[in-house]
Design a protein around this ligand. Structure first.
Ligand SMILES: Nc1nc2c(ncn2[C@@H]2O[C@H](COP(=O)(O)OP(=O)(O)OP(=O)(O)O)[C@@H](O)[C@H]2O)c(=O)[nH]1
Length: 219
């Protein structure tokens, strides 16, 4: 498979401020991803860039679903980047953890009947997570970024970045939008996928190797 290429860019005013939107495309498959960029990101070696890898979730990001935390994470990440005046959000077009929108709806139907988010994927013949985050490392590279402070609860994103040569100097938790419709989903991600989800404030400090410096009063 060919490597993704940077193919287009323009200004994108948003409710969180003025971003540049940069478009990326695989020459052979025409598969597209985008990044929203704010501020001067050219000097990440000296000043690591606040960054978010956000996988596509039409239901959460655009249709205000409460079944997941995606829409809340998207707006919070854009707000945090805007407040910092500098950062990048990669909008990673891997809907439904890579199974696509219609299959995610099929998975939701199985969840309506009692399965959790992982069991539903497996029952449909997919892996728990079909995403490939390597393309996001390639996008960071095309943007000239080598060091990031990553907004995420997902250890797989950090591992893939590190293996691909993107230095994650800090993990910044993104625990927002918990509600009675997504508590089970968040629990499953924590228990079965190792996500650093916090219900009580201490937990992720203890579990997350990237957050050790934040442990209050740690000896
Ligand atoms: N298959 C499936 N996908 C889901 C479900 N709920 C949400 N998703 C998808 O899960 C993905 C969540 O993306 P992210 O929020 O970037 O990733 P994450 O793995 O939760 O990691 P962080 O948010 O960075 O902690 C999106 O692609 C959603 O469309 C579900 O029940 N089943």
């Amino acid at each position: 498979m060919s490597k993704i290429q940077r193919v287009a860019e323009a200004n994108l005013p948003t409710e969180f401020g003025l971003f540049r939107i940069v478009g990326f495309e695989f020459p052979d498959t025409k598969k597209e991803h985008v990044a929203l960029v704010m501020g001067d990101i050219s000097n990440s070696e000296e000043n690591p860039v606040l960054a978010r890898i956000h996988s596509e979730c039409l239901t959460g990001d655009a249709l205000h679903s409460l079944k997941c935390d995606c829409g809340f994470q998207l707006s919070t990440a854009l707000r945090q980047i805007s407040e910092a005046g500098r950062g990048v959000l990669i909008y990673h077009r891997e809907e439904g953890r890579g199974i696509g929108l219609i299959n995610k709806i099929r998975a939701y139907s199985l969840q309506d009947n009692g399965m959790d988010t992982i069991e539903a994927n497996l029952a449909l013949g997919f892996a728990a997570d079909e995403r490939n985050f390597k393309v996001c490392a390639d996008i960071f590279e095309l943007l000239g970024i080598c060091k990031v402070r990553l907004l995420t609860n997902n250890p797989a994103k950090i591992d893939t970045m590190k293996k691909a040569g993107i230095n994650v100097v800090e993990r910044i938790p993104l625990n927002v939008g918990e509600n009675r419709y997504n508590t089970g989903y968040l629990d499953t991600k924590a228990k079965k996928m190792g996500h650093y989800i916090v219900h009580d404030n201490e937990k992720h400090y203890l579990d997350c190797p990237y957050c050790q410096s934040e442990i209050p009063n740690k000896k």
